[in-house]
Design a protein around this ligand. Sequence first.
Ligand SMILES: NC(=O)c1ccc[n+]([C@@H]2O[C@H](COP(=O)([O-])OP(=O)(O)OC[C@H]3O[C@@H](n4cnc5c(N)ncnc54)[C@H](OP(=O)(O)O)[C@@H]3O)[C@@H](O)[C@H]2O)c1
Length: 324
Amino acid sequence: MTKAVRVHKVGGPEVLTYEDVEVGAPGAGEVRIRQHAVGLNFIDVYFRTGLYKAPGLPFIAGNEAAGEVVAVGPGVTNFHPGDRVAYYFNLGGYASERVIPADKLVKLPDHITYEQGAVLMLKGLTVWYLLHKTFKVEPGHRVLIHAAAGGIGLLACQWAKALGAHVIGTVGSKAKADIALANGCDHAILYNEENFVERVKQISRGELCDVVYDGVGKTTFPGSLSCLRPRGLFVSFGNASGPVPPFALADLNTHGSLFATRPKLNDYVGTRKELLEGADTLFAAVINGKLHVPINHAYALKDVAKAHIDLESRATTGAAILRP
Ligand SMILES: NC(=O)c1ccc[n+]([C@@H]2O[C@H](COP(=O)([O-])OP(=O)(O)OC[C@H]3O[C@@H](n4cnc5c(N)ncnc54)[C@H](OP(=O)(O)O)[C@@H]3O)[C@@H](O)[C@H]2O)c1
């Protein structure tokens, strides 16, 4: 028996149930791992509420973690008991032990801790593909990052700055503004108090942004489109405030021949080669000091409901981990 957090019916944080579960031996191509740290993500909230559909009920929540290999199944040759590993994988993460396909794991370099690994595989890889693949951020680009003090936000601000971009962020409070500014943001806009479109126009002297990274969704749309220069790219990658409503394709024309995309991590690390390219780049950025991993909160796995309440009520900054 091991401990896990299961969802038997979708709903509020109270549906997160800490209980005993059986974990079997790994099958062909699988590995069993003992988890040392689990990452908390807004996507966990979407699965819990039913906005994103789990394959069935009950399901074990959680989408990224790090730990050590304790057993390998038939045919697994590249992982061995004792290896330090981390992963991003849809569901099954909120557990003290689990079985997972070996091809979803990456080995953690010596200098990356379990805690760092547990928040880098989903959040860090997402920032990697958003800044290097969805839009290639280069020196001189002006980028707008919504929720700049969040888990994704702080990593994105740091990495965009390191790539030479001029970084504008939006945040929900003055305290969050200070944190964003200390993490590579050049200007932090309090979007609950200020008109962020007008502030972006002022800051950029009317030139607007090359790209907008929007994980907030409903409340920042369509303002995000008005922050883009002609032919700029709108990257809608999340729905923390609710999904972006349907809109007319012609709106992209009237806002200046814009491009728009709605990407997800699975489609950028779908092959082993892509996963390893992203992880190698990410770990190197942390090891060489380009990227600091801001783990600002830790909860016991059994207290995960409190973690969800804090995340949804905008009380967290940076990344949070759960300790099994
Ligand atoms: N597409 C992908 O591949 C992918 C992968 C990973 C994550 N994501 C998305 O990235 C976004 C950030 O994820 P995260 O885990 O790092 O979360 P997070 O940014 O740490 O937390 C969400 C933040 O969104 C802001 N927010 C604005 N309106 C909100 C509202 N009505 N309710 C709650 N929060 C609100 C809050 O910051 P302020 O108080 O500063 O406004 C809050 O702290 C999410 O939308 C997530 O789905 C997408």
